[in-house]
Design a protein. Structure first.
Length: 195
């Protein structure tokens, strides 16, 4: 099983990355192959609303570092998105990637039973971390993106939300979050390493 992890935080060792790597460690133990991409290290642009992916081409026409990332998304068996909450939403780095997945949608997607060019929705582990300790604050983010991904046929989302992880490294001290990450890996990755 191919797992593609896409890190949306500019902090390589931030709380969302800590939880992602815990998930990936357990995924690898179960025999998954893992590829990690830090979006902050890429040269990327947001969707230009040119609509060429609906009129003349079947892929995004922008040529930047996201070109190969979008191809890797299409080939992956399971996706992992991570982001801290920045100013009430996912990071700008992850949002640019999400917007560019618009290219996966077929022309006339709103009326289609199978709106996505991908053969089926991919399992997507979505890790979101926030420093704010009130769980009601920013509670709309994961459901909003999960609904969008489901509606467009892009992904079936498995969320992991970490609240009150303000300081870098706080997630590593939270057994409840580490257990959630491990449990998701054990539920979603078939154990091909078992003898």
């Amino acid at each position: 099983m191919k797992v593609l992890a896409l890190y949306g935080s500019p902090r390589k060792d931030g709380n969302s990355a800590i939880l992602a790597r815990h998930f990936l460690t357990h995924a690898e133990k179960r025999g998954a192959s893992v590829e990690e991409i830090n979006l902050n290290c890429l040269q990327l642009r947001g969707c230009q609303a040119c609509n060429l992916c609906k009129t003349k081409f079947e892929t995004c026409v922008l040529k930047d570092d996201l070109t190969s990332v979008l191809a890797a998304i299409a080939e992956a068996d399971l996706l992992l998105f991570t982001s801290p909450v920045y100013y009430g939403d996912v990071s700008a780095q992850l949002k640019m990637l999400i917007d560019r997945t618009f290219a996966f949608l077929r022309p006339g997607y709103i009326a289609l039973e199978q709106p996505n060019r991908l053969p089926a929705p991919k399992p997507l582990v979505f890790i979101l971390t926030q420093g704010h300790r009130d769980s009601k604050v920013f509670a709309d983010i994961l459901p909003r993106y999960s609904d969008l991904f489901g509606w467009t046929g892009f992904a079936k989302t498995y969320p992991l939300r970490a609240v009150d992880v303000y300081h870098q490294g706080d997630a590593a001290k939270r057994d409840d979050l580490l257990v959630q990450a491990q449990t998701l890996a054990e539920e979603l990755i078939p154990n091909s390493s078992a003898g």
